[in-house]
Design a binder for this molecule. Structure first.
Ligand code: SF4
Ligand code: SF4
Length: 403
């Protein structure tokens, strides 16, 4: 494992691969503690020393699971733990103290190593300023309740610079990958923050996995021509670590294979190691991808739940897959979202209430895009077929129950 030093504060070296606590394996809607614990232990045994979580991850289970795991395994002293203050639950200044105390309890610590304001954009930043969040953070540090202060970010570059300049932050966390170079904080934001002395942590290095799921043939071909032994996932990680401004890359590893691969890449990734030819190849891949994508959804789920039941990320994922990843997905869309076997969650259930839009870090015009999804993926036969399918399935279940 390679390590990089954070710039401010005491001598702290972080593993260049951090563990993101939002995609642990699950069973029946809960974190599969045995599997997730085994993954975390293996990561720590192989040098990962940073675990990132948040108040809401896994519906509020992630912090508690991590706190319990680290206490029971005695691994607490080998890792730094980060969590985040959610703007959505703060409607008066006292809420911040209440939430922080819950987080201390869940994580089973009196001092949190890295503490972030979560998902800053213009709206959330203005809200935190109004609530006095900067004074609150300052007090936490002075009282020894947190060691390092930062923020995670999903807004535009203008507000990013404003936030960087507004407080003596130790670090920031940005969405950054081979596709997201010019949107959100982007490359220029990463450089700006690093110049101001902040450690820059990266999230969504593979855009929630969508970047490397069902890679288009043209991209596979370009990769094979350049260097057949390296996968797109490996190039994506190496491209980020190639940049000296980046301290660490977070990955929410759900499967053993993800962890093993990422550990392998992180053993040999240095800043400035990629050749000019490799960087040019990655530029070509970016151009190819962007020419295929319909909706820039990362699957982060911040827009959920929709009061009318639309599974927004899944609608966009299937819609994008059809174009970006050349998949025949209409049948999946009908089966999974049509409600034959459960609750319907298809795009045309959208009632344009706008609730989801304020939470979307990608600033997607969700109802407008859902209309396009509905037009493309549903069509006139969709609803009658779903109605009929539901009744048929009810009959099938009734028959099966008799045996
Ligand atoms: S705008 Fe549509 S998708 Fe968004 S929350 Fe409202 S009904 Fe759901
Ligand atoms: S629509 Fe926006 S908020 Fe919802 S999952 Fe996609 S990127 Fe995230």
């Amino acid at each position: 494992m390679k390590y990089r030093q954070i710039k401010k504060g005491e001598n702290v070296s972080l593993s260049i691969l951090g563990y993101g606590g939002m995609r642990f394996p699950t069973v029946a809607g809960k974190i599969d503690e045995e599997k997730a614990g085994a993954l975390l232990k293996e990561a720590i045994d192989n040098g990962v020393n940073y675990i990132d979580t948040a108040y809401f991850y896994h519906g509020g289970q992630s912090e508690g699971f991590i706190g319990k795991f680290l206490e029971e395994t005695g691994l607490r002293s080998r890792v730094y733990v980060a969590t985040k203050l959610p703007p959505w639950l703060v409607s008066q200044p006292e809420d911040m103290t209440r939430i922080f105390e819950v987080q201390q309890k869940r994580l089973r610590v009196s001092c949190i190593d890295f503490y972030l304001l979560h998902a800053l954009n213009r709206e959330n930043w203005d809200k935190f300023l109004k609530m006095g969040a900067l004074d609150f953070l300052k007090a936490l540090k002075e009282e020894g309740k947190v060691k390092h202060l930062g923020f995670s970010f999903h807004g535009d570059r203008e507000v990013f610079k404003e936030i960087v300049d507004a407080f003596p932050w130790d670090f920031c966390q940005i969405q950054y990958n081979i596709l997201d170079v010019y949107n959100q904080a982007g490359r220029s934001g990463a450089v700006y923050a690093a110049e101001k002395g902040l450690a820059v942590f990266v999230m969504e290095p593979l855009r929630g996995g969508t970047l490397v799921r069902n890679i288009p043939a043209a991209i596979e071909k370009r990769l094979a021509e350049h260097e057949p032994a390296r996968s797109l996932a490996e190039w994506s990680f190496r491209w980020i670590w190639n940049q000296p401004e980046i301290t660490m890359v977070l990955s929410g590893m759900t499967e053993e294979a993800h962890l093993h691969n990422n550990l392998h890449y992180a053993d040999s990734a240095d800043a400035g190691a990629l050749s000019r030819e490799s960087l040019a190849m990655i530029d070509e891949i970016r151009a190819l991808y962007l020419s295929l994508q319909k909706v820039p959804c990362t699957g982060c789920q911040y827009c959920m739940p929709c009061p009318y039941g639309v599974d927004i990320p899944r609608c966009f994922e299937l819609y994008n897959s059809k174009y970006l990843l050349n998949q025949r997905v209409r049948t999946f869309y009908w089966m999974q979202l049509g409600g034959i076997n459960g609750n319907a969650s298809y795009a045309s259930l959208c009632r344009h209430c706008g609730k989801c839009m304020t939470h979307c870090p990608q600033k997607i015009q969700i109802p407008v895009e859902l209309e396009k999804v509905a037009k493309d993926m549903e069509g006139p036969l969709f609803k009658p077929t779903m109605w009929l399918g539901k009744r048929v399935m009810k009959g099938v279940h009734a028959i099966l129950r008799r045996f």
